[in-house]
Design a protein around this ligand. Structure first.
Ligand SMILES: Cc1cc2nc3c(=O)[nH]c(=O)nc-3n(C[C@H](O)[C@H](O)[C@H](O)COP(=O)(O)OP(=O)(O)OC[C@H]3O[C@@H](n4cnc5c(N)ncnc54)[C@H](O)[C@@H]3O)c2cc1C
Length: 403
């Protein structure tokens, strides 16, 4: 019987372990935290957006974006859902293709995986950190905090650096780098943006609907629309997470918010002039009344260089155009992100050209496999990253079991 050591009891590791065990391998999972699936249990704001029905290889990034295709084609979102259904997990999907457990609880996903592993005889070694991997004959010696164990094959499923509070770590990269593997530069994605706009502090806590555009000079790099949140350091919210990968891709990026996407700049400028005409008793600080949140309106007025205490009667056409321009293009220069502690995903990882995409086996070390976020593959926001964990984990488990 082939023995397989899986390093990391996250989404990819659990899927790999189940697959290898279902194919007759003797499987052990080494997890440095006190229980498996800690990160999985907090995904999707505790609901676990476990896949996206629209997931395809085009939704993934890295030095070789095509690397993800074989694993995804062999274990697609529909096959993943059928697999989870087989484990007893019912799911629902939303119009944008995001899939959640019917229970609306991420813990259910962890539970069905954990119980299935127990039922398949997978040995779970919690609170056990793997510190080194060494060749032992044609197999491996797995050195960990609990001692030393041998296995015919090893699957590295250590995840990335993102989500530090839930197990994100650099340890997986270090383990594989010690064996001669290389990694690409790492950065955060699906993360809050720190911005150099002095208005952030005054807008702190406000949620709004906006179109979010990412500009490098005149070039539009990315677009999203939906809920944003102003914070004391910058911008957060689902629509900001969606564009964060591109917003952090190089220095000098500006995020531009359209806070009134249902009207054009010209219409808005007209509306403001009409308001000034019809309700001359208002002050400038009320000029946006009924359009954007009051606090945002006041900040737009001061950003346009107008006095909030002045009467709207003094509004000129030029000033109205300036206000409308600002509301439709409220700019936030990006100066950084909120770090791995807050990020959901790592951009970069172990170089994929050192692994075979058809098997997930190392090209340097036969019998060593890798899967999940540890590799230089990251997906868009919306269930794509867990789908990569499931697809790559399954392929690694299947290959390691020797089938
Ligand atoms: C807050 C948050 C919300 C998210 N929400 C979603 C979502 O809704 N949908 C989605 O698609 N993606 C989401 N993601 C991203 C997704 O969770 C990850 O991409 C996915 O979990 C990666 O799976 P993995 O198995 O590769 O890594 P992980 O899930 O991080 O698992 C790796 C495991 O390996 C363990 N480990 C590491 N090194 C060692 C070692 N040396 N020895 C032993 N154990 C080790 C770690 O403790 C960890 O448990 C979210 C991420 C975060 C942080």
């Amino acid at each position: 019987m082939i023995s397989v050591a899986v390093i990391g009891g996250g989404a990819a590791g659990m899927m790999a372990a189940l697959e290898a065990a279902s194919r007759g391998a003797a499987v052990s999972v080494y997890e440095r935290q006190n229980r498996v699936g800690r990160k999985l249990a907090v995904t999707g704001n505790g609901r676990c957006n476990l896949t996206n029905l629209h997931a395809s290889p085009q939704s993934y990034h890295g030095l070789d974006p095509g690397f993800a295709a074989p694993a995804l084609n062999r274990f697609s979102p529909m096959e993943t859902l059928a697999h989870f259904r087989g484990l007893g997990l019912l799911t629902v999907f939303e119009p944008d293709g995001r899939v959640y457990p019917l229970s609306d609880t991420a813990g259910s996903v962890v539970d069905v995986l954990r119980f299935a592993m127990e039922a398949s005889g997978v040995c779970l070694k919690d609170s056990c950190e793997v510190t080194a991997l060494e060749r032992a004959g044609s197999g491996w010696r797995v050195k960990c905090t609990e001692g030393s164990f041998e296995a015919d094959r090893v699957i590295a499923a250590c995840g990335g650096m993102a989500g530090e509070r839930f197990g994100g770590t650099n340890k997986g990269y270090e383990l594989l780098e010690a064996l001669g593997h290389h990694r690409t530069p790492l950065r955060c994605s699906l993360v809050q943006l720190r911005c150099g706009n002095p208005s952030c502090r005054s807008l702190k806590g406000i949620r709004a609907d906006a179109a979010v555009r990412v500009f490098f000079g005149d070039a539009l790099l990315a677009y999203s629309a939906g809920e944003i949140q102003f914070t004391d350091y910058g911008l957060s919210g689902p629509a900001v997470f969606e564009i964060s990968r591109e917003a952090l891709s190089r220095p000098g990026i500006v995020v531009s918010l359209d806070l009134l996407r249902s009207v054009t700049e010209e219409e808005l400028s007209e509306m403001l002039l009409r308001r000034a005409e019809r309700t001359p008793q208002l002050t400038m600080s009320d000029i946006f009344l009924g359009t954007v949140q009051n606090r945002i309106g006041r900040i737009l007025v001061s950003s346009a260089g107008l006095k909030g205490s002045e009467s709207v009667e003094s509004l000129t056409e030029k000033a109205a155009r300036r206000l409308a321009r600002l509301a439709k293009h409220f700019e936030f220069p990006v100066i950084g992100d909120m770090g791995a502690a807050n990020a959901q995903v790592t951009v970069g990882g172990i170089r994929t050209d050192e692994f075979d995409p058809e098997t997930m086996e190392s090209r340097l070390w036969p019998g060593l496999y890798a899967c999940g976020e540890l590799l230089d593959v990251d997906g868009d926001c919306g269930g794509y990253n867990l789908q990569w964990a499931w697809s790559s984990g399954r392929l690694a488990g299947l290959s390691a079991a020797g089938v």
